[in-house]
Write a protein of this length. Sequence first.
Length: 448
Amino acid sequence: MAFEQTVSVQESLRRIHDLQPELNAAVTVIDNAPEMGIPVILKDNISTKGIRTTASSKILDNYVPVYDATIVTKLKEAGFTPVAKASMDELGMGGTNRNAATGPVHNAWDHDRISGGSSGGSAVLAARQAAPLAIGSDTGDSVRKPASYNGVIGVKPTYGRISRYGIIPYASSLDHVGYFTTTVRDAAAALEILAGRDDHDMTSSLEPVGHYEAELDPSLEGKTIAVFDTVADAVQDEVIRQAFADLVKKMEAAGAKIVHVSMPEQLMNLIAPVYKTIANSEAAANHSNLDGIRFGVRKPGKSVEDVMTASRTAGFSSYVRARFVIGSYSLFEENQDRLFRKAQKIRRLISDAYAQMFDGVDAVICPAAPTVAPLLEESSDVRFGQDEFVEEHMQLANFTGYPSMVLPMGRENGLPFAVEIAAKPFAEQTMFDVAAGMEEILEGSHHE
């Protein structure tokens, strides 16, 4: 059964408080949470009725929603109790969790390193077993990269599989609800709870929800698994390369048929610029209403004009303001064809090439991240420099909406690294089955 290795609500709250000085992972701890239920941690962009929801941004510092997000309702109905709102990169914009209004989140296993982002708070609390389930959101790799860096399972299901109603958006065509667990069985069970059509979110799918946990089958016999060579070959870290090669060899010994697939590097090199153009443009449009007036409380004696000027300047970090400038520029009428619409056309080319890799295969796998978590002092809040596709490749699953998850694969000097597993749209059952088979192999390796 799923969620057997859980903690009580009171124990969960104690662990979150104890971990706060070293991890800085929680924005709000829900100390008055009902004592019954399975504890769950929510990223702070998920609306919770009567509980502050800031998206780690100063401009939303005193925003208290009047309703629960659909997934919060589903979790409560399934017996879960929210215990904390977790830190994130401001408004989801970042991959380090360094630019939260409350300061950087630290890696679960080395406090001098980043947690990854933007769902870093949820990731590190899951890794330190503060709760058996932590919810995040994934627009580029915002669940899966922190999962890799902190040694937990991170799941991003098919676009539309989980309702986004009540989630403060980043980029609507790329946003997915995702989550963290420590076992594949828990991951399968969580999707059964979270998935399903929601008429409040017209992008949510009518596709029936599977019995993912009950039908979990870890056998790799007869499965065709494709190795994504373009990414795997670009990984320079020898420990990660060897661990991945060993895993593939053991999967083949377990009965899997291993094939090799690739994408043109010309398209791979366009992932980051296309992502930034589309994501920043959609973010600028989505957050044009954050003026300090419509959310939160305006202080007495301040004019509307004063509040708007102060809020847009002081309410956002310089990193987020820079993203809004880039996004707004791409949306200017004279720029749309050569920037935003061109990026959309290239996204389609990239997505088509990605889809071709799944012809005749059950899953596509590769190392999730090319390194362990970088040091805080060596990572940058501003990711506007030269990018390498080996770092950004998980954005492919956001471009296409394909389901993708990461599974801890090993450790280097005590720091985790992971393997990514991707499948066809709504083939989450197959993705979980492959992950369960890999989990058995990796657990066996630890005992050798």
